[in-house]
Design a protein around this ligand. Structure first.
Ligand code: B3K
Ligand code: ZN
Length: 896
């Protein structure tokens, strides 16, 4: 397949103004009648009309009611003899397709006897021939006809304008969407569904009907999604003045879905994972994710639907911005400052453990890519999470109010249009003409065009006589595929100075008129720049990149004592957490270096990576009277194996695994009494609420149990595993139950087997809970290579299916992408398994297969024998002649 380049963008040769779709639904053969009105685009030279289509059976083409000549060229339907002149003409296309055989889950597919669609990015062409590109926006009228008993509910975008019975037990519904939209936002759902409904009145007085559709039997799991939707609507009104523009807003859940959810206008389709929750079946993390994904899709109604993307290179225009919006929403919902900080730390952790490696690997691409082969491969953490950081930096540079003004200008200029990332940045800058963003806009936009994670080096120099502290910042950015050299970025660096006694120093920045405060935003624009703070009486510890004010790697030569001081005193919770992470990382890296040359199989070296000062500091955090439990849990969580691996030039995954396990064993032993205290002080038995305070308490109690069970493994103690099993049995909610189960499984205790069995028996009819059961086992700590055989056993379980993406993710991805200690085997069996699964999935669902294919992105960093074996496994996939474009693009880039 050919690469597509951003530079080749051309406006469409035709516009489609109206679309009337008529569906006769049948799983084996669905008929689709598509009647459009089109016009030539006068701005483009006259040419043939080329409509996209895929896996369609074409039965008829009529132009202005009469037969016409046409050609099929590859996947395109080409019409050459169209009416000349600017006037509109009618085009009618009749096709059929087979939803029951659609395992790609793109276009129209069947899930549990219900019809669903997924059109983003290029799925509409699997429903009918069309100009399937986001800059072609049309008004849709949709008629759905289907058997009334099998498909009592018939939904599409917009408003229901007509419905009734037909012959032979069939019925119909007609929907009109009041808004023009690109084809990727089209949706249709038909099946046996029930809805939770809520009517709300907006501040304007307008009434709206909100519906959450699920399968009968799941209604008791929809309250939280509905609440989240109500909150999201209110939040967008108050934060950005953005109102719900529809009478009716629907969410529908399906258990077969390639991703999290989809923002189709007025008819969001969700993975059940992000809708269904009650305290007995969903964890605190699930409740939080539902709030954030429901918010995310709702916020797309403006950032994505009302203003959409001109082309798919602009994907981050809607995704980065909407992730930023959902992050802000979740923070505002969390409420107090400390809970906001917890959310920020969690978001940064995702960025650094997933996006930084992407940006350093073969799939690295700018936030606005320059080319792609398969657009589905570019729904990445770079487009989403790094894109959100770029938007966040804009807000940092213009202030929160300035950013809201910029958003208002963006909608004033572009409502109803398909636009670019440039248009967005320009609107934010133009609304804030005096800001650093306006002054530096062309340079700032390098964040869109240059890939790679910049590194910022910070050096401080204190001059006691002059009472100055000079902070020198310098930046570099490593080469990425196709981009050997980078220009400097605009990097907002939020800085504070912590006095030796732990107090925050008021900042006086030389040459700045800014009123002194505790935090100042330095704007680094050069390769190297110095900033001088005056009136500094004693040597401070600099707190740099507060709140993670830019998506960069920060190099600072902190001493252990300085990091311990920040951990104890920094007023910025992000940097306080970060100080602890730096200490742990340093210990890990030192221990890994020290074990070089030693036997590399897991668990074979006896190291104690953590020093007494670190352990004492962790004890102080754990016992701290004022810190929140959620924050404590984050500080006490060691950097992940993949994050540690990213810091190394050459990675022996078994060494990383063994060292991190040694650190955990050490924390379990050294803090045993403290973990007991923490568990006793934080485990609750009252009614469940998913709020930040009680979820933080559950998280810390769960962590304590895991450490207590781990230590019992060492001591042979039977008391804590026994208590944990009891906790597992008695738990009043899924979070506590799952944490207890995970503590037993994670410690490899003999009681884990019966707990797992019991868990399966309790929840065998709940697919989402079974996914947890599978994922926990496939992601468990490897002890002597036992996980791969277990994974194969799990795949032979009657409840397993590779066709269901959630289930495939819970087993195969949990093993290959989230369990490095088990996956990277010296005998290469993990890689062989991986390559087999990529190929098996590719035959079913290329999008999911291509995700899995990314598991070995970082192969070139691996030590031998892993490196060679990993490359061979990738090459084995690449050698297959009939790969999908999706997988082909990923493996070719990996081998390039
Ligand atoms: N926009 C969709 C993602 C579609 C992915 C297509 N491969 C969900 C979201 O970001 O909200
Ligand atoms: Zn999105």
């Amino acid at each position: 397949a050919q690469a597509i380049y951003r530079a080749d963008y051309q406006a469409p040769a035709y516009w489609i103004d109206t679309v009337e779709l008529c569906f006769d639904l049948d799983p084996a053969k669905t008929r689709v009648l598509n009647r459009m009105t089109l016009r030539r685009n006068p701005a483009v030279p006259a040419q043939a009309l080329r409509l996209d289509g895929e896996d369609l059976n074409l039965a008829r083409v009529l132009v202005d009611g009469a037969g016409t000549s046409f050609k099929l060229e590859g996947a395109q339907l080409v019409l050459e003899n169209l009416p000349e002149g600017p006037g509109p003409f009618a085009l009618e296309i009749f096709t059929t397709c087979c939803p029951a055989k659609n395992t790609k889950l793109m276009g129209l597919f069947v899930s549990q006897d219900t019809f669903f669609t997924q059109c983003e990015a290029e799925g509409f062409r699997r429903i009918t021939y069309f100009l399937d590109r986001p800059d072609v926006m049309a008004s849709y009228t949709v008629t759905i006809r289907a058997d009334k008993t099998a498909y009592p509910v018939l939904l599409s975008n917009g408003n229901l304008v007509d419905s009734g019975d037909l012959d032979e037990g069939r019925h119909f519904a007609r929907w009109v969407d009041p808004f023009r939209k690109p084809s990727y936002l089209f949706a249709l759902v038909a099946g046996k569904l029930v809805a939770r409904e809520q009517r709300i009145t907006a501040r304007s007085g307008r009434e709206h009907l909100l519906q959450v559709y699920v399968r009968p039997g799941d209604l008791d799991k929809t309250e939280h999604a509905m609440q989240s939707l109500v909150h999201a609507i209110a939040w967008d009104e108050s934060r950005f003045g953005l109102h719900l523009d529809l009478d009716r807003f629907m969410i529908v859940a399906t258990s077969d879905f390639n991703m999290g959810a989809m923002e189709n206008k007025g008819l969001n389709i969700f993975n059940t994972k992000y809708v269904l929750a009650n305290p007995a079946t969903a964890t605190d993390a699930d409740f939080g994710n539902i709030e954030s994904v429901v918010g995310h899709e709702y916020f797309h109604n403006w950032t994505g639907d009302r203003v959409t993307c001109r082309d798919w290179f602009q994907l981050s225009l809607k995704e980065g911005l909407t992730v930023f919006r959902d992050q802000e929403f979740s923070m505002d919902m969390a409420g107090v400052e400390s809970a906001r900080a917890v959310k920020r730390i969690e978001d940064v952790r995702v960025l650094r453990t997933a996006q930084f490696p992407e940006d350093a690997g073969p799939m690295a691409h700018p936030v606005r890519p320059d080319s792609y082969i398969e657009i589905n491969n570019f729904y990445t953490v770079t487009i989403y999470e790094k894109g959100a950081e770029v938007v966040r930096m804009m807000q940092t540079l213009v202030g929160k109010d300035g950013f809201a003004k910029g958003m208002a200008l963006y909608f004033e200029r572009h409502d109803g249009q398909a636009v670019t990332c440039d248009d967005f940045a320009q609107a934010i800058a133009d609304a804030n003409p005096q800001s650093d963003l306006a002054r530096l806009l062309p340079q700032f936009k390098r964040w869109y065009s240059q890939a790679g994670t910049p590194r910022v080096k910070a050096e401080g120099a204190f001059d006691a006589a002059a009472q100055t502290y000079v902070l020198t910042l310098s930046q570099t950015c490593p080469p990425t595929p196709g981009q050997p050299a980078k220009e400097p970025f605009v990097i907002p660096v939020r800085v504070g100075l912590v006095a030796p006694d732990g107090r925050a120093l008021p900042l006086h920045l030389q040459g700045s008129g800014a009123a002194p405060g505790d935090t100042h935003t330095l704007v680094l624009t050069q390769e190297r720049e110095s900033f001088t703070f005056t009136g500094v009486q004693a040597e401070p510890v600099p707190s740099i990149l507060r709140g993670f004010s830019a998506p960069v790697v920060l190099d600072v030569d902190y001493s252990d004592a300085q990091l311990l001081a920040l951990l104890a005193h920094d007023a910025d919770p992000f940097n306080r957490w970060e100080a602890g992470q730096r200490l742990a990382l340093r210990s890990a890296i030192n221990a890994i270096a020290a074990t070089a040359g030693a036997e590399s199989a897991a668990g074979t070296f006896d190291v104690q990576p953590l020093d007494a000062a670190y352990i004492d500091a962790m004890r102080s955090v754990l016992r701290h009277p004022a810190l929140d439990a959620a924050f404590k849990e984050l500080v006490l969580t060691l950097p992940s194996e993949s994050y540690i691996a990213e810091q190394l030039d050459v990675v022996d995954p078994q060494r990383v695994h063994a060292v991190r396990e040694a650190m955990r064993t050490q924390l379990a032993q050294a803090l045993a009494a403290d973990w007991q205290w923490a568990y006793e002080a934080h485990h609750d038995n009252g009614a469940y609420q998913p709020d930040p305070v009680s979820s933080g308490r559950r998280a810390l109690a769960g962590m304590a149990l895991a450490y207590l069970c781990l230590d019992a493994r060492r001591t042979g103690d039977a008391v804590w595993p026994g208590k944990t099993l009891q906790r597992f049995k008695d738990a009043g909610n899924m979070t506590d139950r799952f944490n207890a189960l995970a503590a037993l499984v994670g410690s490899g205790h003999a009681l884990a087997a019966q707990a797992l069995q019991r868990f399966h028996a309790l929840f065998k009819d709940d697919a989402l809970v079974l996914d947890k059961w599978f994922a926990l086992q496939a992601g468990a700590t490897d002890r002597g290579g036992d996980i791969l055989p277990l994974v194969k056993q799990l795949m032979a379980h009657p409840d397993f299916s590779l066709k269901n993406p959630n289930r495939a993710r819970s087993v195969v991805f949990s093993y290959c992408s989230a369990n490095p200690g088990a996956f990277h085997r010296a005998d290469a069996a993990g890689y062989v398994f991986w390559s087999e699964q990529v190929l098996a999935l590719d035959a079913i669902n290329p999008q999911v297969a291509a995700r899995l294919a990314r598991a070995l992105d970082r192969w070139s960093k691996l030590a031998e024998p892993y490196r060679h074996a990993a490359r061979e496994a990738i090459a084995r996939i690449a050698a297959k002649p009939d790969l999908s474009n999706d997988v082909r693009e990923v493996v070719s880039r990996a081998l390039a």
